[in-house]
Design a protein. Structure first.
Lengths: 111, 116
């Protein structure tokens, strides 16, 4: 079956610290992968997407970066977190046969 | 700017009543999807309607799509307290270099509260 793992569920990080959020997918091959961010009480903003290994597209300029070192692994990173990076981060994958599936999300609080 | 815009932003009804949420979008689409999000949780896919469809049903959910007006509506009939959540519409835009599914662009959502 197709599943998506996203961790951690909650993260509190100081300003200026690095960030690494990981997302892995099972049960599919060559999916499209996505990182979304949701500010409190708002909709989801697409941050990055990837159509293949090593292929990353950024949707909005920001303090974050993404990488896809393996077909089913998508990583969201930052070298130095800002207060404005706080939010709810969701990983998702899509594939023609299965549509879209979202992870359970990581709530990041930068203090 | 967001591809999808929804209204109302917030809706409060009594259990048993119907809830209607609307979504408008800007560009041509292949399909439009509705998702549900319980507070602080991930997204759950509710229903997908293709651009050549006008209406679709799934249990107590009814979705309409008017491509001429670039709008969609989600109707939840006989609402229950457990329907309390945020509801988002999303449209899929094609991705360059991929014949796979496109990228989902979400509206700001409607927060629904169903009072018991």
């Amino acid at each position: 079956s197709q599943t998506i793992h996203q961790w951690p569920a909650t993260l509190v990080q100081p300003v200026g610290s690095p960030l690494s959020l990981e997302c892995t997918v099972e049960g599919t091959s060559n999916p499209n992968l996505y990182w979304y961010r949701q500010a409190a009480g708002r909709g989801l903003q697409l941050l990055f997407y990837s159509v293949g290994i090593g292929q990353i597209s950024s949707e909005v300029p920001q303090n974050l970066s993404a990488s896809r070192p393996q077909d089913r692994q998508f990583i969201l990173s930052s070298k130095k977190l800002l207060l404005s990076d706080s939010g709810f981060y969701l990983c998702a994958w899509s594939e023609s046969r299965y549509g879209y599936t979202f992870g359970s999300g990581t709530r990041l609080t930068v203090v | 700017s967001q591809q999808g815009e929804e209204d109302p932003q917030a809706l409060s009804i009594q259990e048993g009543e119907n809830a209607t949420m609307n979504c408008s979008y800007k560009t041509s689409i292949n399909n439009l999807q509705w998702y549900r999000q319980n507070s602080g949780r991930g997204l759950v896919h509710l229903i997908l309607i293709r651009s050549n469809e006008r209406e679709k049903h799934s249990g107590r959910l009814r979705v309409t799509l008017d491509t001429s007006k670039k709008s969609s509506s989600l109707l939840i009939t006989a609402s229950r307290a457990a329907d309390t959540a945020s509801y988002f519409c999303a449209t899929a835009l094609p991705l360059h270099g991929s014949s796979n599914t496109g990228k989902l662009i979400f509206g700001q959502g409607t927060t629904l509260q169903v009072k018991p």
